[in-house]
Design a binder for this molecule. Structure first.
Ligand code: SAM
Length: 256
């Protein structure tokens, strides 16, 4: 086992089953699993008839999965390597993406999927509880950040249940929670607006304590023009990004 890959294994079968139950009916559906480890969640998904493509970085685990654990399992496909890179080789979007994600890279993986528009109907992740709280946060609260808006652009994320540290081996020093991300039925923005939306989001939250006008001044150096844009979007220049709702930011995007 190696610490650098964030390996904490989920032990109780009841908890692993509860996670799989959040995925809905997976029989015959293509599921991508990030970080299968030794197959704790994978095995239950396969029992339920899912077609699993698993992305594992650890060479030792990959060979156990491939040559022993799921050797005769025709519904199991393994892709060895860093999921951040190897998933880019997949052109077909699966029904679900799931994973008990390594704490150090969980939010990076989710942001990457959303930023490049690789969006299955549902995603179910086990993450550090604070990360899940940030994903589900509402405007104005202490947990609300650009990551909340990123998570809520295409999905409705909800904290499904928490998992005690004692359920993992080795025991991590953070609490965990399961987040279910349900894709919205309608797109909030058009595909050709996405890149500009993410640029705007990064600029708005570049310095938390500053006003939106201040944070946007690098994007729009002309102060008068910036005031016009904010006025057109119906936003107060002294407002802070942490109070903006998704629809405010979309209005702002379109007033440029
Ligand atoms: N799914 C197993 C479980 O629930 O017991 C293991 C979960 S463990 C928290 C995270 C897993 O992700 C490990 O197997 C680790 O090797 C793998 N991993 C870490 N970084 C990865 C990456 N960049 N790409 C693919 N897998 C990764």
């Amino acid at each position: 086992m190696s610490k650098k890959f964030g390996q904490n294994f989920l032990l109780p079968r009841s908890v692993r089953e509860r996670i799989v139950s959040q995925m809905g009916d997976i029989e015959g559906k293509r599921v991508f699993e990030i970080g299968p480890g030794l197959g704790a969640i994978t095995s239950i998904m396969l029992e339920k008839g899912a077609l699993v493509t698993a992305f594992e970085i650890d060479h030792g685990f990959a060979s156990i999965l491939r040559n022993e654990a799921f050797l005769d399992e025709e519904n199991f496909t393994l892709v060895e390597g860093d999921a951040l890179k190897t998933m880019r080789g997949e052109s077909e979007i699966p029904s679900l993406i799931v994973g008990n994600l390594p704490y150090n890279v969980g939010s990076v993986m989710i942001a990457d999927l959303i930023e490049r528009g690789f969006l299955p109907g549902r995603m179910v992740f086990t993450l550090q509880k604070e990360v899940v709280e940030r994903m589900c946060a509402s405007p104005g609260g202490k947990d609300y950040s650009s990551f909340s808006l990123l998570s809520q652009l295409d999905y409705v994320p909800s904290l499904s249940f928490t998992i005690a540290r004692s359920c993992f081996y080795p025991e991590p020093n953070v609490d965990s929670a399961v987040v279910v991300m349900e894709k919205k039925s309608e797109k909030a923005i058009a595909d050709d607006e996405r890149a500009r939306f993410f640029t705007l989001l990064r600029a708005l939250f570049s310095q938390r304590r500053k006003t939106i006008k201040n944070n946007l001044s690098r994007l729009v150096p002309d102060k008068e023009r910036l005031s016009e844009i904010l006025f057109k979007a119906g936003l107060d220049e002294k407002e802070r990004a942490e109070n903006l709702r998704l629809e405010d930011i979309i209005r702002l995007l379109r007033s440029f």
